[in-house]
Design a protein around this ligand. Structure first.
Ligand code: S3P
Length: 425
């Protein structure tokens, strides 16, 4: 993909469905009795991998664009797949499904692409093993392929060393198959979509501060889910609207769950002009239209408990910082090193290539805003969020920016380039 400077961005967009919520809707629908209808499902490669895994375990799932129907087999109705389960690039599929598979009465093998098979799985293997699960890394390196031999599990309380919704969800889902109440306490509250949606499917889940507790149900019951627009996808257009001259963009129906809205808090700190309209609630998941206008920004410090609420937005925040006056410090974000790529290294390298004064630290980065950006050839190591961040940089840089592997945006946002084109003046 080649990009050059635009004169401005104007218009409105409907942001595609939330990736985290789309995964969970398919998974929980598959484990429920009855038919679950999902509207505004994200038809990106990651969520399609989740559909594929459950189809391989005997669940009937029909997809018509963004409408998905899951004919659930009940909590104990999954069947042993004939082949390995291919999780593609999706960490969420891998870690959440492992919790479910640990409690089945059959054996499975999970494997993904080159990036996925390098990501740390010890963080879920440890609590699952504490529950008595039989899970091992086939190559002994703590990564996928994972071999899981399902069995009845023991309830535990897990003090998680990381604020990770994938770890929390994995343990809570294994807890559906345990012999008592299972709880997870995290160092900072991560996204709570699992807790909210399990409740909608009839499961007793309690949340108290940083602890979530699940009581294993007899059955889960189908329900209809309307997926809010993904704030992590909206972020690229929020940043684009703020840094591109002559811009005013309305982003419709964006999920603003407080465990996900850190990007809005940081934008506000930096002086951004963002207003909210049409605030609605969808089963505990609030949504709003966001109106974003070109803004004069100033640097800030991003760290502490806000980090899990904006973890996927940090590459885009780093770009915002490049257009702000003064210094921005991002800290406490060491988790970025084990995402789809090492996002600290890749964000800083690509920013520097474009002329930004940026440097990486162990747990974040320091960016001094104000340098004009020039086009560059961007390597994104097949990381969708790096590709989209630097596409937005490209429309604000002199000369031409080339995004290598730009097709990786399909992982979470297949219509990204079309929607960007719609807004261009
Ligand atoms: C996700 C949790 C986060 C996030 C990922 C989606 C989820 O990962 O980065 O894109 O759906 O639970 P971690 O749990 O590793 O922080």
């Amino acid at each position: 993909m080649k990009l050059t400077k635009v004169k401005g961005l104007q218009g409105e967009l409907s942001i595609p469905g939330d990736k985290s919520i789309s995964h969970r809707a398919v998974m929980f629908g598959a484990l429920s009795k009855g038919t679950t209808h999902i509207r505004n499902f994200l038809s990106g490669a990651d969520c399609l991998a989740t559909i594929d895994c459950f189809r391989k375990m005997g669940v009937e799932i029909k997809q018509d664009g963004t409408d998905v129907t899951v004919c659930g087999n009940g909590l104990h109705g999954l069947k042993k797949p004939n082949t390995i389960l291919d999780v593609g690039n999706s960490g969420t599929t891998t870690r959440l499904i492992s919790g479910i598979l640990a409690g089945q009465d059959f054996e499975t093998v999970l494997s993904g692409d080159a990036s996925l098979n390098k990501r740390p799985m010890g963080r879920i293997m440890k609590p699952l093993q504490m529950m008595g699960a039989d899970i091992e890394s086939a190559n002994g390196d703590g990564c996928a392929p994972l071999k899981i031999n399902g069995k009845m599990l023991k309830a535990i309380h897990y003090d998680s060393p990381v604020a990770s919704a994938q770890v929390k969800s994995c343990v809570l889902l294994a807890g559906l198959y345990a012999d008592g109440q299972t709880s997870v306490t995290e160092p900072a509250l991560s996204r709570n979509h699992t807790e909210l949606m399990l409740r909608a499917f009839g499961v007793d889940v309690k949340s108290s501060g940083k602890t979530a507790t699940v009581t294993p149900p007899q059955e889960m019951h189908a329900c209809d889910i309307t997926v809010p627009g993904d704030i992590s996808s909206a972020t690229f257009f929020i940043v684009a609207g703020l840094i591109t001259p002559n811009s005013c963009i309305r982003l419709k129906n964006v999920g603003i769950n407080p465990t996900r809205d850190g990007i809005l808090r940081v934008c506000k700190d930096m002086g951004a002009d963002i207003t909210m309209e049409n605030v609605e609630d969808h089963g505990g998941e609030p949504t709003a239209d966001l109106i974003v206008r070109t803004s004069k920004l100033k640097g800030t410090v991003v760290g502490g408990d806000v980090i899990p609420t904006l973890i996927d937005e940090i590459p885009a925040i780093a770009l915002l910082a490049a257009f702000a006056e003064g210094e921005t410090i991002i800290k406490d974000a060491q988790e970025l090193r084990v995402k789809e790529s090492d996002r600290i290294a890749l964000t800083v390298d690509n920013l520097v290539k474009m002329g930004v004064d940026a440097q990486g630290t162990e747990d974040g980065m320091i960016i001094c805003g104000g340098n004009p950006l020039h086009g560059a050839s961007i390597h994104c190591k097949y990381d969708h969020r790096i590709a989209m961040t630097f596409s937005i940089a490209g429309i604000n840089a002199g000369g031409e920016t080339v995004i290598e592997d730009s097709e990786c945006v399909d992982v979470s946002y297949p219509t990204f380039y079309e929607q960007l084109e719609q807004l261009r003046l």
